[in-house]
Design a protein around this ligand. Structure first.
Ligand SMILES: Nc1ncnc2c1ncn2[C@@H]1O[C@H](COP(=O)(O)OP(=O)(O)OP(=O)(O)O)[C@@H](O)[C@H]1O
Length: 644
């Protein structure tokens, strides 16, 4: 008689090591051991699959950026080959959240019911052994076939997943193909494995080529016929023949020999006569041969850089992300200092409090800190304390044991703290948390363990907590509605984000938001100088969220020439001066207004002296930036960078 699934897993857990000979099976057994040992999961206690809400999904998609477009194109090529065999294909981010799904996407389809749809999170720490999550944990292509899954609820699935690496070699996303009720053993999924690996490489290399389109691209293949379109290795070179990027194939070949990785080496360090031969390739632009210092022989082709030819008003597409924190700010000095500080704090095991007005990017900062921290490959779990009814926050945070309430799930629920184990828990709007829950939260933070409702077994935790609030916490402490001791525990470090109107990198943000929003709407990512100037006159009470909404609206109306002032919603054109009721709150009459309106010479002189830095002029005159912009508009003064 065959053994029940949980007994098979239990036997491996009892031996404490992966005993299988065959590599695929050994990877699965290793994962079972991780699930039980590192993540505290038990085969009989299925917590269900976490899901993203629409805003989180949007945010995750944005973070994957242009990689998502390339991967989508690859998925559309792959899907017709696998659909007749009963498979669907999904793309997940590096934390296991599914961002795209091609297949039967009806809400009541068997795939959707099994969780094979957009917005589910297949993180191994939460869902146990599965294709996507275990591929991320192992950083390699693998199949998780039926009984391989840790939880009995997933035993009908057969999933093969391959990592998609970014040009730095990190897993940026995962390509998965999955089916339901596939008969046979894991071996029967050989073709699925082959196709997933093949398309993962196609996507990776296409993205690599795009990413390094302004560099020399050296393609290498064992076959002369394939070198142009299906190279095994790709190296991106700068004008001096120094390696600035290597695809997965090249990393595999060279990295074990090159001490600190292949990037940074001259081409001569990798190939015999490398410099001369690549020079010859540059001159002749024909095929050549290159031999590594370990005698591997390749056909080689070199592609010229396609230097950017952007039009003057065109928003630059390139966003070179050094890390997630890099994408938070342009050249605003306060933001640069803050992201520097955040980068240093990210690596330290301390809890953080993020303060700032609504919509100024507190959650984005928390996610960036997580992504930059050593916990980046572990879950990031966000919860908005203000959005949950008071009666639910407790069970949501701490979970509950089986049979705790009528109407609750029969097998209990894992709280967000446990879901975030190993990673980061983001508690938004902490200032709105009721006092009695503050006491429980304080205990959890002090003891680093949670006690689910109705349970007497505490669960030990390793969670970094980042909290955020737009409230004045110190005022709340003074009013007795927030516990001072909790505040001091949460605020191992406090980061205060400036309001958008205080930032000097509005143009950078406009460009950044336009690029992402335009991509989603398939609209041209450009804006006229006039529309940009209008945006500078607004005070942005809703901060970056408002900026996003305004630009999304404008892009939806814009024609092929990009956003003009007429495309902007009235709300953004209401400057402090003409918006009834807001004038006094954001504009203080000051010396700038005292200057004679009829002459623009003094203002121009001051602007020139400050190199057209309006913030500096406003600071010198002691008025809001919007006052200066308004005066410039009234006097018809246009900054040189906006003149056509
Ligand atoms: N640096 C940035 N670049 C582009 N978009 C950003 C940036 N920072 C924030 N945003 C966008 O602004 C919006 C608000 O960001 P976020 O939710 O992080 O703000 P918040 O301060 O947490 O808001 P709330 O106080 O309402 O919870 C989101 O759509 C987010 O994508």
């Amino acid at each position: 008689m065959t053994q029940p699934h949980s007994q098979i897993i239990r036997r491996v857990l009892d031996t404490g090591q992966a005993v299988a000979q065959e590599q695929g099976e050994r990877l699965i057994q290793q994962s079972w051991l991780r699930c039980a040992g590192d993540h505290g999961l038990a085969p009989g206690r299925n917590p269900g699959i976490p899901e993203l809400d629409a805003a989180q999904l949007r945010e995750r998609r944005e973070r994957v950026g242009h990689y998502l477009d390339v991967a989508r194109a690859g998925m559309h090529q792959l899907y017709p080959h696998i659909a007749p065999l009963g498979y669907i294909t999904m793309l997940a981010d590096s934390q296991g959240a599914t961002l795209e799904c091609l297949g039967d996407t009806r809400a009541d389809s068997p795939f959707a019911t099994a969780g094979l749809r957009t917005g589910t999170v297949w993180n191994e720490a939460a869902v146990g052994t599965n294709g996507i999550g275990t591929c991320i944990a192992e950083q390699r292509t693998l199949t998780c076939h039926r009984d391989d899954h840790f939880y009995a609820g997933n035993l009908d699935l057969s999933c093969t997943a391959a990592p998609l690496r970014d040009p730095q070699g990190r897993v940026a996303a995962v390509l998965d193909i999955s089916a339901l009720s596939m008969p046979g053993a894991r071996d029967s999924q050989h073709l699925a494995r082959h196709l997933t690996s093949l398309y993962a490489r196609l996507i990776e290399d296409s993205y690599f080529g795009h990413h390094f389109r302004d560099r020399w691209l050296l393609r290498l293949s064992r076959s002369a016929a394939l070198v142009d379109h299906h190279a095994d290795l790709m190296l991106a070179l700068d004008d001096d023949g120094c390696v600035v990027g290597a695809n997965t194939g090249a990393r595999r070949l060279f990295d074990p020999h090159a001490e600190r990785g292949v990037v940074g080496h001259g081409i001569g360090a990798l190939f015999r006569d490398g410099r001369d031969r690549v020079h010859a390739l540059r001159q002749a632009e024909s095929l050549g041969r290159l031999t590594t210092w370990h005698d591997a022989d390749f056909h080689a082709a070199l592609t010229q850089p396609r230097r950017a030819r952007a039009a003057a008003t065109r928003v630059p597409i390139a966003s070179h992300r050094a890390d997630a924190l890099h994408t938070m700010a342009g050249d605003d000095p306060r933001m640069m200092a803050l992201t520097d500080q955040a980068r240093r704090l990210a690596a330290k095991p301390i809890d953080l409090l993020v303060q700032g007005e609504t919509g100024c990017g507190k959650e984005v900062l928390a996610r960036a800190i997580h992504a930059t921290s050593p916990r980046a490959n572990q879950p990031f779990v966000a919860i908005n304390c203000a959005a949950l009814p008071e009666s639910l926050i407790e069970s949501e945070l701490f979970g509950y044991a089986a049979g705790t309430f009528t109407g609750a799930r029969r097998d209990g629920m894992t709280g967000r703290f446990v879901q975030a184990d190993g990673g980061t828990l983001f508690l938004d709007e902490i200032g709105d948390m009721p006092l009695d829950l503050q006491t429980r939260l304080l205990r959890v933070l002090a003891e680093r363990e949670v006690l689910p409702l109705g349970s007497d077994t505490p669960i030990a935790l390793d969670v970094r907590v980042i909290t955020a609030t737009h409230r004045d916490i110190e005022a709340r402490i003074a009013a007795g509605t927030f516990r001072a001791d909790l505040y001091y525990r949460l605020a191992g470090g406090t980061l205060t984000l400036p309001a958008l109107r205080e930032r000097t990198d509005l143009d950078w943000l406009i460009d950044r938001v336009i690029v992402t929003e335009a991509r989603a709407l398939a609209a041209p990512a450009s804006i006229t100088a006039e529309a940009r100037a209008v945006l500078h006159t607004h005070d942005w009470p809703g901060n970056i969220r408002e900026l996003r909404n305004v630009l999304r609206f404008a892009l939806a109306l814009a024609d092929e020439h990009g956003i003009t002032a007429n495309d902007l919603p009235n709300s953004a054109r209401d400057t402090a001066a003409n918006a009834p009721g807001t004038a006094t709150s954001s504009v203080s009459p000051g010396p700038a207004d005292a200057e004679p309106d009829s002459s623009h010479a003094p203002l121009i002189a001051r602007l020139r002296r400050c190199q057209w830095n309006v913030t500096q002029v406003a600071r010198e005159l002691g008025v809001a930036r919007s006052t200066i912009y308004r005066r410039m508009a009234r006097l018809d003064i246009v900054a040189p960078k906006y003149r056509h």
